[in-house]
Write a protein that binds this ligand. Structure first.
Ligand code: NDP
Length: 286
């Protein structure tokens, strides 16, 4: 029987998720339908859309801009949150909490939230053979995407994490907020600084800002060096990657992260493991 999935966002027409999940379905031999779902930009519309979807037999949903925090609040009050969602403060993957369903909880009260964005990034970096264990990592940005990657990075045994942001107070507030969200985070010291003050040698530097959308460039210090540079953005020329490439770094954009987070959602919903490299190859040949 066909299993139904959606990705909910506003705007949503640009989303590549249906093509990506169709590729996963082909690879795993699954019978799925995965479609884009537009939703008006308010919490009550979002709640109405996901309730109708799951009550109608839907199995899983992805959540994209601007609903990741709304989805977090919704699941916190219903079927619960994974540790990754709790630390990220955001949800990108919805499913039903089977334990609650089995104990008679109504479907709408059993909607469960997870976040696969950060682990998708870590899985992509690992697939590139960039060494994470023992790495000194600089993360630029203190928004939702940066927040979501902190726990997976610390779990990958990096040796130090420095978070740099244009607005320094947002980086320091983020670290304070994360303090009690997970034991893993409790056990690590995280440095913070303004982006223009970020300097010295790092193994991996990650751009988790949305600067690429603005046409501005980051104020990077002359003595800032990294062996590997990753930009979470994709699909356009990225000055951040050009800057580090000229200085001899290996670079990657965030397309593999996009596929990686989608693969983790698919695996959680269907139980099928996805060969992400094979899926990425097939998608890029289109
Ligand atoms: P947010 O709006 O939550 O955060 C934006 C961040 O960018 C803040 O740290 C902000 O700094 C910084 N920023 C924005 N404009 C500038 C600028 N002109 N100069 C310096 N810093 C700037 O966005 P998200 O965290 O949700 O997303 C960040 C990026 O990650 C986006 O480009 C998004 O597309 C990408 N992303 C990619 C994914 C993938 O699968 N590849 C998944 C998720 C996100 P300040 O606090 O000072 O405002």
């Amino acid at each position: 029987m066909t299993q139904h999935y959606i990705v909910i966002g506003n705007p949503i027409a640009h989303s590549k998720s249906p093509e990506i999940h169709a590729q996963f379905a082909t690879q795993s031999g699954s019978d799925i339908s995965y479609r884009r779902q537009y939703c008006p930009d308010d919490a009550s519309s979002f709640t109405a859309v996901i309730e109708a979807f799951f009550n109608g037999g839907g199995v899983g949903a992805n959540v994209t801009v601007p609903f990741k925090q709304i989805a977090y609040d919704c699941c916190a009050a219903r079927g619960g949150l994974s540790e990754h969602a709790k630390v990220a403060g955001a949800v990108n993957t919805l499913s039903l909490n089977k334990t609650l369903i089995d104990s008679g909880t109504p479907i709408a009260e059993a909607i469960y939230g997870d976040n696969t964005d950060g682990q998708g990034l870590v899985n992509h970096i690992t697939s590139l053979d960039w060494p994470l264990a023992g790495a000194r990592v600089a993360l630029i940005g203190a928004g939702g995407a940066a927040r979501g990657v902190i726990l997976p990075l610390l779990r990958a045994d990096i040796s130090s994490l420095t978070i740099a942001n244009r607005t320094l107070s947002k980086a320091t507030d983020l670290v304070k907020e994360l303090g009690t969200a997970s034991d893993t985070i409790d056990q690590h010291h995280i440095d913070t600084c303004a982006t223009s003050e970020l300097s010295g040698q790092f193994d991996i530097i990650i751009n988790a800002t949305s600067i690429g959308l603005s046409g501005d460039t980051l104020p990077l210090a002359d003595d800032l060096q990294a062996q590997y540079a990753y930009d979470m953005m994709y699909g356009r020329t990225l000055p951040f990657l050009q800057h580090f490439s000229k200085r001899g770094a290996q670079t990657s954009d965030g397309y593999g992260m996009l596929i990686g987070q989608a693969a983790l959602s698919f695996e959680r919903w269907t139980g099928h493991n996805i060969d992400v490299v094979k899926a990425t190859d097939a998608l890029s040949r289109r």
